[in-house]
Design a protein around this ligand. Sequence first.
Ligand SMILES: C[S@@+](CC[C@H](N)C(=O)[O-])C[C@H]1O[C@@H](n2cnc3c(N)ncnc32)[C@H](O)[C@@H]1O
Ligand code: SF4
Length: 335
Amino acid sequence: MERVTDTLSRPLRDLRISVTDRCNFRCTYCMPKEAFGRGYGFLPRNELLTFEEIARLARVFAAHGVEKIRLTGGEPLLRRDLERLVEMLARIPGLDLTLTTNGSMLAKKAQALREAGLTRVTVSLDSLDDEVFRAMNDADFPVESVLAGIEAAAAAGLSPVKVNMVVRRGANEDSILPMARYFRGTGHILRFIEYMDVGHTNGWRMDDVVPAREVVQVIDRELPLEPVEPNYRGEVARRYRYRDGSGEIGLIASVTQPFCGDCTRARLSADGRLYTCLFAVKGFDLRALLRSGATDEELSAAVGAVWGSRADRYSEIRSSKTAGLPKVEMSYIGG
Ligand SMILES: C[S@@+](CC[C@H](N)C(=O)[O-])C[C@H]1O[C@@H](n2cnc3c(N)ncnc32)[C@H](O)[C@@H]1O
Ligand code: SF4
């Protein structure tokens, strides 16, 4: 099949699939309790794509050139029997199959996920300080269990494990160095993420963003770093390695150094809408097509048409005006 490109000549290479919009954490930057409280209207079960529907769409995307699929959410490990979906997706040839998780249930699930065919995992962890971490996840969840999840993943062979830390000014800047010291030399790759203006419930302000270059300076003062060439075109993390050979870190500077020009990523929400940007306002309803009896050819044509007309470059045009646009929430679209 002809590889599809968008209006800015970007191919379709990666697909993030959100398998649920629910989460057992209430990270203040993602699902603040005030907005995602008891009365919040999460998607009813029958509106979620079934595993069979997801696998069918995944095959259509793979035929369009997708080489990497990341399962996400919400918290993907809350979706019952996720291993079954992993097993179905692992049958698609040539696919790198990964998962992003808050790690709270990973110790229990790592082995089964690996056996089902998962390649690697990314675990989110914002601090090693229990008090800071509990305040940020706002669900009183301890650091210790996430660390146990990371170790279980590595032991199961889901490595290298990537560890994502969102840095928010005034919340966890003091955790940057302790995290760097802890993960250096473990083989796990620590990545610092700039706090982003996703959704409209987290009250994002530019002042709360700790620029990636500041993170590098803080670490470099104690643990000297040097830049590393990207692994491939479109790699979102800028890589640095410790000069003493004890490993590498990544910086995801989506706010201060946007990478829209190289963005090859599509997102599928838990209810089957296709989004071509994390900051999109509207998605294309693939579930409606699926459930109206569309053939694979029709699904494929729809995906090709949506990608072919893509012109998104939100992070490059971010300004005080765009910050107020009605974007979808990260927990829904999948981070
Ligand atoms: C939405 S979560 C979904 C998967 C899983 N629940 C987790 O936390 O890893 C995916 C990633 O997005 C990050 N994230 C969420 N809100 C963010 C924000 N406002 N800015 C930057 N990263 C954010 C999280 O820290 C996490 O690493
Ligand atoms: S970042 Fe992940 S763990 Fe935290 S609230 Fe969002 S979906 Fe849940």
